[in-house]
Design a protein around this ligand. Structure first.
Ligand code: GTQ
Ligand code: FE2
Length: 363
């Protein structure tokens, strides 16, 4: 074999174009002039499709998984991923976000492990479950948001007498595309518990924390964001602002930055009275309807939702919402990543977008 710098064969201008393209392919080269438009579209061309998963269709399947798939047989977790049909069979909800439903029956334990993708749990239904996060046993109630940040040990335990269903949000697709996924099983199914709801006790009130605590850890020191607080904050914000919608971001109380570095966590309260202004933003969002009913229009397609439904809006899609009754939507978004990389853009499109079709959940 000759040296890398040795030119073994020189094509002349007489060589036909097709043969030339074949010669490029044989050397693992690709000409930009054939793909410039796809590589550099004027505005983003997401492969993530707007999609909707109905609670009425998903919950029975999660229940059946609870009956026929033991935690051992299903691996560590009884989880059904919301797989976006635009992503070539990948189990991801958008190109950057993993959204899934997790079902844990009475008496069940999902064994302790840790991984570099960060996760959040947004509790939909059930009582009596806790997730232990690095020794802190975080109780879970409907509407609570529980963080299991990057490389924190976590195990889920149902000590109650009913199943719990929650939404899992992870940055797995992003961390996977960065080829930075690490995983480790804990030597025991359950971690030793240092205390219950410790992070909350250290942050007993907004803006107040235990004195003398260590300097900021790598992740939010608050691991459980209680629904009672979120609900109160939404109500107070709406008293102040009024309007069709108020939105909260879950933040790290030490830094004011995102609660999780790699994806945003938001809570939206929508009020009946019409459609919100149409907006586009870079980055995808996965919404979880906690309560209420309404519709969201994404690039002209109407998605009608109710409690427990999950839907995804792709990057740069035109989005507006309308609540038919007061509605609370939890959402994860990759906006913090885009912001950190100076890629975040947002605009209001002006006119309400025309509705060109309705998503058919019966498909
Ligand atoms: O509960 O630890 O949806 O590790 C995906 C990966 C949940 C979990 C998921 C996980 C978990
Ligand atoms: Fe996990």
């Amino acid at each position: 074999m000759g040296s890398m710098l040795e030119v073994s064969e020189v094509h002349t201008v007489e060589v036909g174009y097709d043969e030339f393209c074949g010669a490029l392919a044989a050397r693992d080269l690709k000409p930009l002039w054939r793909m410039a438009r796809q590589l550099m579209p004027e505005t983003p061309l997401p492969t993530t499709r707007p999609w909707l998963w109905k609670w009425d269709q998903v919950l029975p399947l999660a229940k059946r998984a609870g009956e026929i798939v033991t935690i051992e047989r299903g691996g560590d977790r009884r989880v059904l991923a919301f797989a976006n049909p635009g992503l070539n069979g990948l189990p991801y909800t958008s190109t950057t976000l993993w959204g899934a439903i997790q079902y844990l029956g009475p008496g069940e334990n999902a064994p302790a492990h840790r991984h570099t993708p960060s996760a959040v749990r947004f509790v939909m239904t059930g009582h009596g479950v806790s997730t232990t996060v690095d020794g802190d046993e975080c109780e879970m109630e409907p509407g609570d948001l529980i963080l299991t940040p990057n490389w924190n040990w976590h195990d889920h335990n149902n000590r109650g007498d009913e199943p719990m269903v929650w939404f899992d949000g992870l940055d797995l697709p992003l961390v996977s595309s960065l080829e930075a996924v690490f995983f480790e099983n804990h030597p025991r199914d359950r971690q030793a518990v240092e205390g219950r709801n410790l992070s909350q006790q250290r942050f007993a009130a907004v803006g107040l924390r235990e004195a003398g605590a260590e300097s900021p850890p790598a992740h939010s020191p608050l691991l459980r964001y209680r629904w009672t607080e979120t609900d109160r904050a939404l109500a107070s914000l709406h008293r102040l602002r009024g309007g069709l919608a108020v939105s909260l971001e879950f933040v790290n109380p030490l830094t004011g930055g995102p609660a999780v570095a790699t994806f945003g966590n938001e809570m939206h309260r929508l009020f009946p009275g019409g459609r919100t202004p149409t907006r586009r933003k870079t980055g995808s969002s996965v919404y979880v309807v906690f309560r209420g009913a309404g519709r969201t229009v994404v690039d002209g397609m109407e998605m009608r939702w109710g409690a427990g439904d999950v839907f995804v809006t792709p990057s740069w899609s035109a989005v507006d919402h309308e609540a038919f009754q007061v509605s609370d939507l939890f959402a994860i978004t990759d906006a913090p990543v885009l912001r950190a990389l100076h890629l975040y853009r947002e605009e209001e499109t002006g006119e309400p977008q025309p509705i060109t079709g309705t998503f058919d959940p019966g498909r």
